[in-house]
Ligand binder design. Structure first.
Ligand code: BTN
Length: 207
């Protein structure tokens, strides 16, 4: 099931964040799936599949798109979209999974305190057909759910190559991206050669 909203009065982002979206301008949708075939320990597959579906769909319009671990869609250093995934587990399976997606499509100005929003319209100066984009993402998502998508996902990660600044509870450091594990942990290698492993929210990209 897919639920699409033209406007949200209480759009939610990750954690306690709100999701800003001007009426009738963007893509706001949630997909309900019952991925009982995806083992809980490999649940990040769902995130990789939807991220790659969005990546491919956007790349038809613009270049320089990347996926910022774990759930953001970036254009250069700006946030073009966000993904919020909520799972309900039962008996070692993912019984229900709601994937909420917000993509900045035709909005030209942003007013919230989000640090770095950007829209397709701001990038390529044209309005994009939101229905077409949605259809495209859904078709690709269905395909990616049945494929091993990890190599592609890694190849298109934001900051895939080189050392970049991050911060964790111990402070700021420079690191390079090593891998993303099946359950979603991020592996970084710092400039001392030490490998660091993070769950969601345990590390922040300094941008
Ligand atoms: O913080 C993020 O990056 C995730 C944003 C997710 C926004 C989408 S819009 C559709 C669905 N409904 C919501 O309230 N949030 C998600």
């Amino acid at each position: 099931m897919v639920v699409v909203a033209d406007y949200q009065t209480a759009g939610r982002g990750c954690g306690t964040n709100k999701w800003e979206s001007e009426r009738g301008k963007n893509l706001l949708f949630s997909i309900l799936i019952h991925p009982v075939e995806v083992p809980v320990m490999k649940q990040f597959h769902i995130s990789m599949a939807i991220s790659m579906a969005i990546f491919d769909a956007l790349e038809q319009y613009i270049g320089d798109v990347s996926i910022k671990w774990p759930n953001d869609i970036y254009w250069r250093n700006g946030k073009l979209g966000g993904i919020l995934i909520e799972n309900r587990l039962q008996g070692g399976c993912i019984k229900d999974c709601i994937i909420g997606i917000g993509l900045n499509v035709n909005q030209e100005q942003f007013f919230s305190d989000a640090p770095n929003p950007v829209s397709l319209k701001q990038i390529h100066a044209e309005d994009t057909d939101r229905e077409q984009l949605l259809r495209d993402i859904l078709a690709r998502f269905e395909q990616y759910m049945t494929q091993d998508v990890k190599a592609r996902y890694l190849a298109h990660l934001y900051r895939r190559k080189g050392f970049h600044p991050y911060t964790d509870k111990q402070g700021a450091f420079m690191a390079e991206l090593v891998d993303v594990e099946a359950d979603g942990h991020l592996l970084l290698r710092d400039d001392n050669g030490t490998q660091r492993r993070y769950a969601f929210k345990e590390v922040t990209f300094i941008i």
